[in-house]
Design a protein around this ligand. Sequence first.
Ligand code: 26W
Length: 798
Amino acid sequence: MKLTKEQFTEDFLRQLQQRFALSVEDSSNYELYMSLGALTRAYYSAEWKSNTEVLKKDKNKQAYYFSIEFLPGKMLKSNLLSLGILETVKSGLKDLSLNLDEIAKAEPDMALGNGGLGRLASCFMDALASSNFPGNGNGIRYNYGLFKQKFVDGYQVELPDSWLKGGNVWEVRKENKAVNVGFSGQVYMVDDGLGNLKPHYENQQILRAIPYDTPMLGFENDVTNVMRLWTVEIPVTEEGNYLTVEKRRAVEDITAVLYPDDSNYEGRLLRLKQEYFFVSAGLQSIHNYFLSLGLPLSQFPNHVAIHINDTHPALCVPELMRLLLDVDGLSWEKAWDITVKTMSYTNHTIMQEALEKWPTQMVYDLLPRLCQIIQEIDRRFVAEKTPQVGPSLVHRTRILQNDHVHMANLAIIGSHSTNGVAKLHSDLLKNVVLHDFYLLYPERFNNKTNGIAIRRWSQLANEQMSQVLDETIGRSWRKNIDDLVLLKAYQDDPAVWEKLATAKRANKERLSQFIMETKGIEVSPAAIFDVQIKRLHAYKRQLMNLLHILKLYIDLKENPAKKMIPRVFIFGAKAAPSYDYAKTIIKCINEVADLINGDKSISGQIKVVFLENYNVSLAELIIPAADVSEQISLATKEASGTSNMKLMLNGAITVATLDGANVEIRDAVGSENIFIFGLDEQEVYGYYKRRDYNAKKIYDEDPIIQKVLNSFIDGTIPNIQREGREIYESLLTYNDEYFVLRDFAAYCSAQEKISQHYADRDVWQKMSLLNIANASQFSADKTVTRYAEDIWQIDPIF
Ligand code: 26W
């Protein structure tokens, strides 16, 4: 949009007065933020309206991304960037002696997600709009987002995230689009007098689902899609509807809190309620919209694509069947054909403990009609497939097994596409994890490597680097991300290396200051900033990072004259509140940090910083300052990873196992510009097959590992009597589930190589430059375009 600075300041001052009756001098950052947000909303409202109208008139096919998590972070600056007015607003505010970054801090992070899966959903929302696709989100408006993390005595403590308490400028409540969602009771099929069986419900609990729409703006293209999030309310009925406090609470609980588990399935009734609630509300609203277009139902899949983001929304399959059967009166065959053509599914993890399976009885009690439909889908699947492929394959792939509903099976059988999120991961799905389904439906399997919203992770997060890029290759990369490759032409240009190094240094200084302010730890921006930021999980092996830190520390203690290139090890990670082992690792990292940071004898050559409350905003601060990107999961365990892509884009060099998208990052940058180490997929499966992994033997034969592990139980690290023992036992008594000890030596030598390379500034800068230059292939714009073309069959329309 076009906006002069003068127009902006005038609009802004008016907003401030109208909203809060305040002048700039008397306003808090929060008031300034709310006014700026409201003004931004006003700036995009016309285009939002016209987009909605165009879609309704042209009846274009739209995609709906059903996800139980979205993790957008802050939206003020990204909306201003998309509108093309970020610079104007910045300088307009400056004229008023205000600072946009300070004002933006008043916005709470919208953290309705745990980690990779939720952040990916938000990167996709950005990419869909920016690539002109009509694609919308559908999810839950949790009153409380992911918990806030605090450390008390080195332990993680969780605090509630009441992000809505100050109001949310971006959302719009759509009362007239509310729908009813029914739970429990009994259902009977009754003849409607015309020979059709219709469900008759008794004692059903009816709840109201209210949508809140948040526009998702495309980058400088006037596109606004919608992320629709649902909140539960108690319906007001004509005869009145008095509920006790307890009953009210039970209802409101449905959209009260985000479950903080990112990989551990727990069969909790409330979670199942959440899943059905947003699935049913979303599908009903899509169904209503479709009916309003006046098209025959057979056309449904030509106008609607529904994406099931992991299994949490897999009830989309039986719920769409229910609408087509019970509301529209279609035959089973027609309804099934439409459903399969409409649905597609992404798998995000191979971790067995994350696979959802609900007790059939629980599904029956909560969702009796849906359970009938699931049973019928299962019955027909068995009847159709058994003659084709025999009973044992059918037995392994059917939806109902051992009195449980297997959600992945439901999602695969009820959709036309199943994809993994990186090449390696998709191959594992085909060949190992979902091999039986691959035998049944080979044509349904495909790969869609994850991607990131490049604009947020460069233009917004890293202004310093973006400016160097502008000066070097021109500004076109800001819109055409592929133009980042133009940077390759400068790979041997010391002047460009120098500029990029200066930008990195400025970002490191900014982070150092933050570390000083929040943790009181002094770190030198001249040190290597070595970063591991992701959820805390045993398979991600933060523990291996810690063991390496201890090795370096022990080395320095034993050889006081030794000089190393100083390193700052930076961690950001939340543990699921019920995940004891992950919390143990947090405590150990914190104690090691205290020990090392306080030890004057090593002259500050190592510092360890565990930043609290890792979230999107903190990622935006850490990533631009990183030199080294730790991607060290056990091969086969990390489906893709996406922080690996963000760090690469910001010029960090990756130390990685051949896991997830690391493999494709290596292919993109070349083996000489990444540090690969450790077991590969074949070797990991070799150990599983032979069952001959022996951690104790590795320990017995390696004096360094002995020293490092003994430090956990011999008092070297203070205050971890219980935790140190737990770690020690997990590795030696319980045989080191994620092969940390097996990969440790290779990891240490990769780390040594990193130090050597860093010592040669030119070598390092060139590697860093090539990482930036090759990052565009991981743009979410490309990823969603592949989804649009191969899976959803939607066209760019705006
Ligand atoms: C039932 C509990 C539960 C909740 C969330 C199980 C599993 C999940 C997610 C699927 C976990 C997740 O976030 N997976 C991550 O997805 C990212 C986006 O595709 C990948 O980059 C990560 O590798 C993967 O761990």
